[in-house]
Write a protein that binds this ligand. Structure first.
Ligand SMILES: Cc1cc2nc3c(=O)[nH]c(=O)nc-3n(C[C@H](O)[C@H](O)[C@H](O)COP(=O)(O)OP(=O)(O)OC[C@H]3O[C@@H](n4cnc5c(N)ncnc54)[C@H](O)[C@@H]3O)c2cc1C
Length: 251
């Protein structure tokens, strides 16, 4: 094993999954299309989530059927305060979006997981994080967790400049916001174009991609085939599939 491979060991942890019933403590519009909901419950006393891109299942009951499940990122949590924060990227329709839009203080939400965490070590020389709005919660969490001074480049597709988020980080963060109203609606094309324009820092990097499945797949291809980035130092996921409800794809 080379020094680099020894240095950048990506770890996995497993947790016992259990369902928890949480109560809405607050809702805030972070931006016009991003709704932050803070949930609370004594059942969060033993909640654990160690990876910035962990996910939990949200359960939405259906009369006469199994509940519908949707995946969301624990954007933040505090065991001491028994709170869990979720950020919902609002889109046209879907049970998760409808629930978030209607959520009021005191409402309940059933969650499951996370089943496990993927721990990306904070020892890469740089990080490149690429996403649409659905990956922004995981990017926010990673920015907050990364060590002081490490170069991190984010490339995020959003509808308009009003969707930009201010995120606190000690890392050396360079943000590229790709706004669809200016750059056009084709995220695969505009995000790739933005990647082509980057000069990546020297050394070993970790690349993380999360977006609509076809977009994530196209960007993964570019990073592996054109940038020749080592596949073991990247993760690309389809966080949703256009035209299909409740779908995702690990690439
Ligand atoms: C690991 C993981 C973590 C995730 N974390 C988050 C998170 O923290 N915050 C977040 O907002 N999302 C997150 N997502 C994405 C989220 O799970 C999907 O967007 C989900 O489909 C939304 O559920 P829904 O009930 O609103 O819509 P669905 O019922 O699933 O879909 C209804 C319709 O809307 C379309 N659709 C779904 N999502 C979008 C979208 N974002 N934009 C436009 N059209 C869409 C579908 O193609 C379908 O046609 C995550 C996904 C994964 C796999």
């Amino acid at each position: 094993m080379t020094d680099s491979q020894q240095r950048h060991q990506i770890g996995r942890m497993r947790f016992d999954t259990r369902r928890r019933s949480l109560t809405v403590a607050s809702t805030i519009r972070l931006t016009p299309k991003m709704l932050r909901i803070v949930l609370t419950s004594p059942e969060l006393a033993d909640f654990d989530s160690r990876g910035a891109d962990d996910h939990i299942k949200l359960f939405f009951p259906r009369p006469g059927g199994e509940p519908l499940m949707r995946d969301y990122t624990p954007r933040a949590f505090s065991q001491a305060d028994r709170t869990l924060t979720l950020d919902f990227a609002l889109h046209d329709a879907g049970p998760a979006t409808a629930w978030a839009l209607g959520a009021k203080v005191g409402d309940t939400l059933e969650i499951g997981g996370p089943r496990g965490s993927m721990i990306v070590p904070d020892d890469f020389d740089w990080y490149l994080l690429v996403a649409d709005e659905t990956g922004l919660p995981a990017i926010g969490r990673r920015l907050e967790e990364l060590r002081a001074g490490v170069p991190v480049i984010t490339v995020v597709a959003i509808d308009t400049a009003a969707e930009k988020q201010a995120i606190e980080t000690k890392a050396r963060w360079t943000a590229h916001w790709i706004t669809r109203d200016q750059a056009g609606p084709n995220d695969a094309e505009t995000l790739r174009h933005a990647l082509e324009g980057l000069t990546l820092p020297p050394g070993d990097g970790y690349v993380w991609i999360a977006a609509e499945a076809a977009v994530a797949k196209a960007l993964r291809g570019y990073v592996i085939d054109t940038l020749k980035h080592p596949a073991q130092w990247m993760r690309a996921s389809g966080y949703w599939l256009r035209g299909e409800a409740g779908a995702h794809e690990n690439l």
